[in-house]
Design a protein around this ligand. Structure first.
Ligand SMILES: *Cc1c(COP(=O)(O)O)cnc(C)c1O
Length: 388
């Protein structure tokens, strides 16, 4: 049976992406150029953001976003430990200190009530994550932030196409509700360009900074020099980076963007099917979607019944040919963070974060997954839990 193993995730890529990549390659301009500009415009329109700036990945997007809102060495940034390590790392790149707030066990997202208690005079920003594509409680977070005049950066790495209800209307994550939202185009996410990222904002000054910093803070972008009719000497205005997205990636991204409505519709149907199939397992908790959220269901995460050992269940399912992953990691438990001198005071009560990592598993979910495959996963999980 394990001969046709079911993977946890699989990107949807095909002929349109292949043709777009060749178009970019054959054009002779392969780094950041016209395809990237077009992708930015189309992405901005998709999420309804005034500005969108493409970068090399979401980690670099987070780095630029935090720098833009003024995070500096020694500042505190309130965020979730229960996230991919890139979230906390982006804070460390600026030598700032991540202050970890615990999560709401139902949504796996930062608990706004916990944020308020962690604000100090050193707090410079809130970095909120839309974990696994489930929108976090932005309204409550923004309310807390506005009261203290704190900028909000959204780690929307997983949340392309997810929606949130704002003033009675459904709006895309990235619109932007906070100050800046960041997206990832890694193959584990719904839209992929191999690697890639995007920043959206309504702030023209921020957008200008992103464009400067992603290309070494070069005063005149290479595309401008390339098309100039006279010689131009460029200057490097401040510390910058090479965080560019290539035109090959952007060409692929434009095709992927067209597929988003179809991909999300299918995810939501597959999620409903999982919910139905898994309702038979006593004590298992399927994903919770608040009334004001419409998730893209990038990942389908379940909480195991009490007494079911996580590793045992995962092992048994793997023997059935079903790949799974454990719950989302916690940065404060990793060697890279564990021994940091600032950590003890800033990772006090993360009970729910740790429990989610230890008691949850992520089931396979991808566009081309069939109903039969979903049934196989559900049967395997049921068997694994029954024997635990
Ligand atoms: C994937 C992910 C990132 C990092 O994205 P990259 O594009 O791989 O740099 C950051 N935050 C979260 C929550 C993620 O899931």
């Amino acid at each position: 049976m394990s001969s046709d193993k079911i993977p946890v995730a699989k990107p949807l890529l095909g002929k349109p992406e292949v043709e777009a990549a060749s178009r970019a390659i054959l054009s002779g301009w392969v780094t950041q150029g016209p395809e990237t500009a077009a992708f930015e415009k189309e992405f901005a329109a998709y999420v309804a953001a005034p500005f969108a700036c493409a970068v090399s990945n979401c980690t670099t997007a987070l780095h630029l976003a935090l720098r833009a809102v003024g995070v500096k060495a020694g500042d505190e940034v309130i965020t979730a430990s229960h996230s991919f390590i890139a979230t906390a790392n982006s804070v460390r790149y600026l030598n700032a200190i991540p202050v970890f707030a615990d999560i709401d066990p139902q949504t796996f997202n930062i608990d706004p009530a916990k944020i308020a208690k962690l604000i100090t005079p050193k707090t410079r920003a809130i970095l909120a994550v839309h974990q696994m594509g489930m929108p976090c409680d932005l309204k409550a977070i923004l309310e807390i932030a506005r009261k203290r005049d704190l900028p909000v950066v959204e780690d929307g790495a997983c949340a392309i196409g997810s929606q949130i209800e704002f003033d009675g209307k459904w709006e895309m994550i990235g619109k932007p509700h906070g100050d800046i939202a960041c997206f990832s185009f890694h193959p584990r996410k719904l839209l992929t360009t191999g690697d890639g990222g995007m920043l959206t904002t309504r702030n023209a000054e921020f957008d200008k900074k992103f464009r400067l910093w992603r290309q070494h803070s070069m005063s005149v972008p290479d595309a401008v020099r390339h098309s100039a009719s006279q010689v131009i000497f460029e200057e490097y205005l401040e510390l910058g980076y090479n965080y560019r997205m290539t035109d090959i990636q952007s060409a692929v991204g434009r095709e992927q963007l067209k597929r988003m409505p179809e991909i999300i519709e299918r995810r939501r149907k597959q999620t409903a099917e999982y919910n139905r199939l898994l309702s038979e397992i006593t004590g298992l908790k399927t994903p919770h979607e608040p009334k004001w959220a419409k998730a893209n269901f990038q990942s389908y995460c379940v909480r195991l019944p009490d007494g079911c050992d996580q590793r045992t269940v995962m092992d048994r399912m793997l023997k059935d040919g079903v790949s799974t992953r454990r719950g989302i990691m916690c940065a404060h438990r990793e060697p890279a963070f564990r021994t940091e001198p600032w950590l003890p005071g800033n990772a006090a009560d993360l009970r729910e974060s740790e429990r989610a990592q230890d008691r949850c598993i992520i089931l396979p979910l991808f566009h081309e997954m069939t109903g039969d495959q979903q049934k196989r996963v559900a049967d395997s999980l049921k068997k694994a839990c029954a024997r635990a």
